[in-house]
Write a protein that binds this ligand. Structure first.
Ligand SMILES: *Cc1c(COP(=O)(O)O)cnc(C)c1O
Length: 439
């Protein structure tokens, strides 16, 4: 037995091992950030990068003309979903979906982090080669000279899904060679979509993790190689964190106040932790203790919960506690949380709830029926968040502890949906038939 497990709460361990959905509250919430944590200035830099690259994005992707090159999603009020899902009248307040499932071009939350990292790479290479002044017009990055330069470089990423789509498409659009390592059983439509954009897809059967490690080593040994590292990337993280500012503007436009008597609750699906962690970090910078962020993880893959519950920085994986990490939730099947993100979430995250595959499908169906929004299973993981908070013992404990019980009428609940708009119709029909089997 892993020695860290000795200090792991034993009743929690048993509950996790039995794959019973649960809400876990983070005892470290409110402690101070580690000294080497990123700062608000880093998030501001990412926001500035995305803003100065908007014109470039609109040039590269005609579908961004309408948004003037900004990669953004809607904040949608969801009264029907609220009515269906909140059995308890206590679950008052207002429910919204933050629609990152429909982010342009990549169709998932990975557009935020992935595009940001590739834009940062392109800027830095172009500046190093004298093709761009630090304060120069980013449209230069779409010039013939820049494309010729970028073509010397190969961007590599290992991903069975949405990260590969985001990185591959963005890198190829700027003229980089792009290689995405996928497992053989990755969805065919994702491979086709990448190949159509000129991205090389390398398929691996057998040990996928080992294959990605080999791809990483090869890429890092190549002076013209660049590896996007989902587990350690600060550039991905900051791209996600930059989501907070526009979201705050949307909340305000929707008439929502966030303060001590108007709490904001946010529920985000978590894989390795970069996307939900970045968003939490960005939201905490703007709303402090008035925003309460919860992650949703599959019962077979609660990697962030396991890492944070150990209350140590030594890596602990879901395999270490006897789980198999097998779930239908594509982007969430991750055994080990990001070591970059988990120390930050150790002090910022309110808690984690776990969801069964069955719930993912029934929630996917509920969102479709009530709001006519089509998601992929992972993206529906957050839907049961408000119910956990208001209708469970740990949820009520949390509300009491934070003095929020009497402010639920003025609460804002945001379910962050993370992917699905590019899923082909026949794949959606398959999701629905699985959901129907679950009944
Ligand atoms: C990647 C992904 C997530 C989680 O992001 P992480 O950075 O891996 O935690 C959630 N939902 C979907 C649809 C994703 O593709």
């Amino acid at each position: 037995m892993n020695s860290i497990l000795k200090s792991f709460p034993s009743n929690l361990l048993a509950q996790l091992q039995s794959r019973t959905p649960l809400l876990w509250l983070n005892p470290g919430l409110g402690s101070s950030l580690p000294k080497d944590a990123p700062g608000i200035a880093d998030v501001a830099e990412a926001e500035a990068r995305l803003a100065r690259c908007a014109g470039l994005m609109a040039t590269l992707f005609p579908e961004l003309k309408a948004s003037a090159g900004r990669i953004e999603s809607e904040l949608i009020a969801t009264p029907q979903l609220q009515q269906t899902m909140s059995s308890d009248p206590e679950c008052a307040g207002s429910w919204f979906i933050k629609a990152d499932h429909a982010l342009p071009i990549a169709g998932s939350i990975k557009a935020r982090g992935g595009f940001h990292e590739i834009l940062a790479l392109a800027e830095s290479i172009a500046i190093d080669h004298g093709l761009l002044l630090p304060d120069g017009d980013r449209l230069q990055l779409a010039s013939e000279a820049a494309r010729t330069l970028f073509a010397r470089y190969t961007v590599t990423v290992g991903s069975t899904g949405n990260l590969g789509l985001s990185i591959g498409v963005m890198a190829a659009a700027l003229g980089f060679k792009a290689v995405v390592h996928m497992s053989t059983d990755a969805k065919a439509w994702k491979k086709d979509r990448l190949r159509l954009r000129g991205v090389e897809v390398v398929e691996h059967d057998g040990d996928y993790a080992a294959a990605v490690a080999a791809g990483r080593a090869q890429s890092q040994a190549d002076p013209y190689g660049y590896f996007v590292d989902d587990e350690h990337s600060l550039m991905l993280f900051l791209g996600y964190a930059a989501a907070a500012r526009h979201f705050a503007v949307q909340l305000k436009a929707a008439g929502r106040t966030v303060d001590a008597t108007h709490p904001l609750f946010v529920y985000i699906p978590c894989g390795v932790g970069g996307a939900p962690g970045g968003i939490t970090f960005g939201l905490k910078a703007l709303f402090g203790e008035h925003v309460h962020c919860f992650f949703a993880e599959p019962v077979a893959s609660p990697c962030m919960l396991v890492q944070l519950a150990s209350q140590q920085n030594t890596p602990l994986s879901v395999y270490d506690i006897g789980l198999d990490n097998i779930t239908e939730a594509d982007g969430l099947a991750v055994g080990q949380a990001s070591p970059l993100v988990s120390p930050l979430m150790a002090v910022q995250l309110s808690g984690v709830f776990t969801v069964s595959d069955r719930q993912l499908y029934t929630q996917l169906l509920q969102v479709l029926r009530t709001e006519d929004i089509a998601l992929e299973p992972s993206a529906a993981a957050g839907v049961c968040g408000p119910d956990w908070l208001t209708n469970s013992d740990p949820g009520r404990t949390y509300l009491r502890h934070h003095d929020l019980e009497h402010h639920l009428n003025d609460a804002t609940h945001v379910i962050w949906t993370t992917g699905g708009s590019l899923v082909p119709p026949e794949e959606h029909r398959r999701f629905l038939s699985i959901a129907a089997q679950y009944g």
